[in-house]
Structures are given as structure tokens and as C-alpha cells.
Design a protein. Sequence first.
Length: 459
Amino acid sequence: MAYGINNPVALAGAGEFVVPGWVNNSQVPLSVTLSGSLRTRDRSTSAVDDSIITGSRSNQIEVNFSTAFSDAVVTNTTDGTHGSAVQGSGCATYSTGAAASAYARGTSVNTLSYRPGHEWYCYFTASFTPGVTGSRQRLGCFNATDGFWIGYEGSVFGISQYQNSVLVGGTVNVAPTTPWTSANGDQCLGQSGSAFTSGGTPVVIDYTKINIYRLHGAWFGSAPVILEVFSPDGEWVIVHAFRFPNTLTTPYTYSTNWAIGVDVTNTTNTSNLAVVTPCWGMGATDAAYPLNTTVNDQTLAPVQRSVLCGKYGVAAAYINVGVDSSGNLNSDISGIGGNSVAIAKPGVMLVGLNDGTGNSLGSINGALKVTEAGALHAYGQVSCTSAGVLILAANASRKSLTLSNPTGSVIVVYIGDVSVTASTGFPLNPGQTVRLETVSAVYGITSSTSQTVGYIEIQ
């Protein structure tokens, strides 16, 4: 029994269902591969594997022209006399000016990092000036030698493939690889059955109006590449498919590190041409990057929010690490018999983490160090002279020794071993305190008159 065009259809006597789906405005059955993966039987898609895989787009490049140009995001160049790149009214306008040999170009700073086995994609919005002989208007994903773009070559609008510095099947400034009117998909020219509709009625695409386009495909050297445009009714419409498999002897492009770019150039034409574009985006259907990938301020990454916690041994409880009102990290174990202790201040080394037994966590030259708590062993004051004086004898059990040159003093005391001199010792300036972690004997000397130094020994 059939339940309607969008409903499952029962197979008589089988107790099974054939589930229909919609592809390119046509209904196709869904089936499974030999491995049991669900797939569609549409052959116009660019996926290397036609199994249905749920994934999300992961942008690697985003350019939003509703805000001022940023050199960190896009690089703009002009001929310096007539061409211009202007941001305003929520978009960027790249214009040649009314002169021959004039140009305006923009290129994203970041480039695509292609992921084998995943799709790459490039979205952009644009409007174009009607094309004329002796000029070009391009927008798409490309670098100096490879890529794809749409726009005018001369007076012909279409889609172009650039391979190893060659405009495949076309002529620079004259004809694109595939004119729009020769596209093998829905040409969006208002023809009967077109999926480019407004209110359900096919309409003619207007290149002079801002439309949303996307190019996407896998690579593997010969996977299909698809051009689509977004209809007024909110549906993606396939305009053209480069069906590369079984047709090439070399990859369709020799490189994949494309930027998103716009190029508006007059060669012999002397009228002003302009491409208006509000937004670009490009990436892949996988968010992973190699560990050695170079990142910059514009590299996009998902936000990860984590909760740090540790198990407090005495109470056998897990304690969260939080922040206090000053932004300092802290571990609050007051509820289970411990102390609330500041761990670290923003941008400052870890300090003063107490585990409840007196042991603390600190940092020396960037390396974490655990200091075990000790007992006060000795303290006092010693008068150091120009002859050198023993401040404290060697002590194998010593954990630390703190020395202080009192505030108000005017004499520098130099600290070292038995051979210390005023020219080789560590200067302990008036008002200064130093903490030493040594078990050796410590001596002090002055360069002239005597000076008292205080000490505290912990072991």
C-alpha cells in the first residue's frame, strides 16, 4: 500500500518498507551498501563514499564584511590609481574604476587545510556587474595556480576550473570553463521544473543581485566538484557538477591550499566593474588538524570548557578547582576540614598550594616544584665584615634558609661559600630578603664596614 509521495511504501508480502527521499527535486529510493550503511542512489553528489554520514561543517576561514577590513583576515590589493576595495553598508565592494589595466583584489589570509576522506566547501555571497570584453570578475576558492571560481570571463558568466596555472577549457578574460548556460544541472533560468523558485514558481537568476553560492567536493585528485546556488525559497540548487572520476590522467588541481578570493580586473575595458560581497566561509567536514599545523590569531577552534578537580585523600572526596573574586585559581576544601587556598593568579606562576599537611606547590624557572613543610630549626643575626663570616654551618637536614639585610641599612652584604669576596658573591642589598635551598655552609662579606644579616633555617 502506498501512503503518499513522502511516506513509506510497503512491499506486499515482505513486511518491509522502501523509504523514498528527495534529491535535486526528484524522489529517489534509499538503500544500503554491502556493509549495511544507509545510502542514496543519487550519483550527482561529490561524496567519495555515498553512505550517509552525519557530520558538521568546520570553518577554517571566515570573512565577515559587515565589519571593517582587517589585515589579519583579508589582504586587499589594487593597481594604486583607479581600483578600490571599500567596506561599508555591510559588505565589501571591489571596483576597477573606469580605466584599462585597473584592478581590485582581495584574498583571505588563511588557506584551506584539506582533509582526505572529507568534503571541502566554500560559501560566498556576491553580486556582479554585467560582464564586458577585456575584463574579468571572479570569486571563489583558488590560489595562484589552482582552484575554482564563478563570475565573468569577458562577457560570459560561468564556472571556471584552474589547474596548474591553466584555465581548463576556457580562455582568460574571454570565456570560463563552463558557461552558466551550458551547465549540466539546473541553470536557474526560469525553465519549467527548475528548483530555483520564489513562492514555488521558477524564476531567472539575476547575477547583479546578491546571491549565495557554494562550491564543494572531496579531492583525492578526481572526486566530483559541485556548484550550487541558494534559491529564494531557501533550497540549494545544483547548477553544475564536474564529474571528474574516470575522466582524468592528472588531478583536477595540483594543490588544495586555496584561499577565498575576489579578482576584478580590466585589461582593455575602460568601464567601471564591481563585485559586491558580504561574507565568505570555507572549511572541511572535519575539525581535526595535524599537531604540527601552524596557527594564528584567526585560526578557528572549538571552545572547550572543562572542570578541574582532584581527589582529596583525607576525606576521600573530589574537590573542584574554581576562581575567587580576583580571578585567582583556588581549591576550596574548607567544607571537609581543609583550607581554601589560592593556587595561581592570572598570568602568574603557581604559588602557595597547600595540601592540608603544610606541603606546598611552587615554581622555579617555570618548573613545578613541591616543597615539603619543615620545622623552624634556627634563627638569629650575624654581623658580616670585610673579612668574611660564617652565617650558618652546613646542615644535611636543612630544607631552606632565608637571609635578610634589614631595611634602613646602607651596606651590601655578599653571599657565597667559604671563598666568597665582595666581587664574586651574590649581593644582598639593603631591605632585600633571599630564600636559599641548600645544605651547604653559607658565608657573608662586606666591602668595608660590618653589616648585620638575619637568618631563619627550616629543616
